[in-house]
Design a protein around this ligand. Sequence first.
Ligand code: NAD
Ligand code: TYD
Length: 349
Amino acid sequence: MGKTIIVTGGAGFIGANFVYLQLAEHPEDRIVCLDKLTYAGNLATLDEAMKNPNFRFVKADICDREAVDQLFAEEHPDIVVNFAAESHVDRSIENPGIFLQTNIIGTQVLMDACRKYGIERYHQVSTDEVYGDLPLDRPDLFFTEQTPLHTSSPYSSSKAAADLLVNAYNRTYGLPTTISRCSNNYGPYQFPEKLIPLMIANALADKPLPVYGEGLNVRDWLYVEDHCKAIDLIIRKGRVGEVYNIGGHNEMKNIDIVKIICEALDKPESLITHVTDRKGHDMRYAIDPTFIHNELGWLPETMFKDGIKKTIEWYLDNKAWWENIISGEYQNYFQKMYGERLAGAEEKA
Ligand code: NAD
Ligand code: TYD
């Protein structure tokens, strides 16, 4: 008999990609998506999934004990995968409170329900940002699962707090947990506030491309499908109590990513506008994925040059999806986050 898997945050970027992977690869399983539909959640993303009889969508907040309890009572899930989170560093700098609420308290509420109803596995989707950053002049250093947690932003701090709580529930109550810490993802359905889709959307509109500081910060980019495949392996074959780092050794400077996007869209690099740096901006993230490779045989399948091409094509083919987003409340967000920065850059020029 198939399993019932609750996927929280499945109307967001990575969660939705994970829902589609599960429905395609495990047609015997039932997928129940629990999502609050915050600004980052988009039900239209799940349009195709809604047609599948093995899929159910429930709109609820992971912090809402009653709603979570009711869903567990109805579904008796075998596995819970928690993607639901406030995920954008810049927003966490403006308003940390909601990050603590969703990312920490929401995790607790979900794990309490797991304890009450009994589950095979609770999987926490975490991030490499819990390790803090690495210096640019030490390319020999990488994050391993043993690297101490050393966070910089309210976002990464809330994710690290949740990770510690997951380990506590494993050790104290014997909850069968796993944690994955992945590097930066890119691909279809990413909300256009994150670097790659924001630059694609702005470039297509011939708007300035706001690069924080010099753009020398390094991120380790992984195609979203490779992340989802790694989580699929961990929940089915991973060892309870373990942490798995996920990344594909694809480090790139922000400025180089933006230049690649300009070239692919045939837009001039003169659109690149250096703006005030992010507060507490992490310099470099770099994952050592040896453990997940040795334990579970996982390796990334999509090279960056292919993944970025597919991603840009997806945004070109699905303009309605993101134009709809950026035409609404997002305008206020963009003005608030970038208005002064861009005005400052113009004055300097
Ligand atoms: P996202 O912001 O695109 O989506 C988050 C989803 O969670 C949205 O659908 C939103 O509606 C939902 N949500 C938010 N608060 C909720 C709540 N209280 N209750 C129920 N649902 C709620 O995020 P993403 O980029 O898809 O990230 C998913 C997870 O992966 C996060 O936990 C994030 O920390 C982690 N992660 C992301 C990246 C990345 O590069 N994007 C890398 C590593 C790890
Ligand atoms: P982001 O996509 O927000 O992911 P994270 O902060 O989790 O790594 O940002 C990726 C990098 O791009 C980060 O170094 C900040 C930088 N950045 C810009 O330079 N300009 C922007 O407008 C954004 C959103 C990000």
